[in-house]
Ligand binder design. Structure first.
Ligand code: GDP
Length: 210
């Protein structure tokens, strides 16, 4: 049987941007992470890269108000043969954070809109949701937005370790019903327990190999 091993290696913080002219050149395929503030974006990026402190994990929600770019390489080893795909990982500012002003909210929404609609190298967006929360209109609208713009979006439930296995299964069915998709289309993750990490890496590999 084929032995396959996937890892994100050489991760580094590259830059932060609030407008397009500050983005790095579109020279690598890009994978973005989006979700409410405090959903676990930074923790998931750190877990994927096996590097604590790469993306800043926030104690207080709503801190990431810039688009943060990280470089890395997806290394795949199949039966000992190794290939590397350079990639940018992008930590997008959180939405749905109530304690920012209307003006700041508008600024962040415009920044997200510009990024998502103009970035030609954007391959996939992981749309993160806390598994304990019932999804709301904002998640549905966001998913719809990506469908309309032909940007692949992968529903990703975070913090699975906060629920029992039974509770996870119940919540997964509720999410699948809400988004009218199969439960297999939702990746269940925990940054602390590394749940779903392999699945995410396989997804990344599929996005970068085409
Ligand atoms: P972000 O604002 O979406 O980037 O979220 P962070 O990654 O900064 O995480 C917000 C809070 O949730 C922090 O206190 C993290 O330690 C915690 N957190 C993130 N992921 C997990 C997880 O998988 N399990 C648990 N138990 N806590 C998590």
């Amino acid at each position: 049987m084929e032995r396959r091993d996937i890892a994100l290696i050489n991760p580094k913080y590259l830059t932060s941007a609030v407008e397009a002219k500050q983005y790095p050149c579109e020279e690598r395929p890009e994978i973005a992470f989006l979700g409410r503030s405090n959903v676990g974006k930074s923790s998931l990026i750190n877990s994927l890269c096996n590097q604590r402190g790469l993306a800043k994990v926030s104690g207080a929600p709503g801190k990431t108000r810039t688009i943060n770019f990280f470089t890395g390489e997806l290394r795949e080893r199949v039966d000992g043969e190794s290939t590397r795909h350079p990639v940018y990982l992008v930590d997008l500012p959180g939405y749905g954070f109530a304690q920012v002003s209307q003006a700041e909210r508008k600024r962040i929404d415009a920044m997200l809109y510009d990024y998502c609609t103009t970035r030609s190298t954007l391959k996939t967006v992981f749309l993160l949701m806390d598994i304990r929360r019932d999804p709301a209109e904002i998640e549905l609208q966001t998913l719809q937005f990506f469908r309309e713009h032909n940007i692949p979006a992968v529903l990703t439930a975070t913090k699975a370790d906060k629920l029992s296995k039974n509770e996870q299964a119940t919540q997964l069915l509720a999410l699948a019903s809400f988004f009218e998709c199969s439960k297999d289309e939702i990746i269940v993750t925990s940054a602390t327990k590394k749940t779903g990490r392999e699945k995410l890496l396989q997804h990344l590999s599929a996005c970068l190999s085409v």
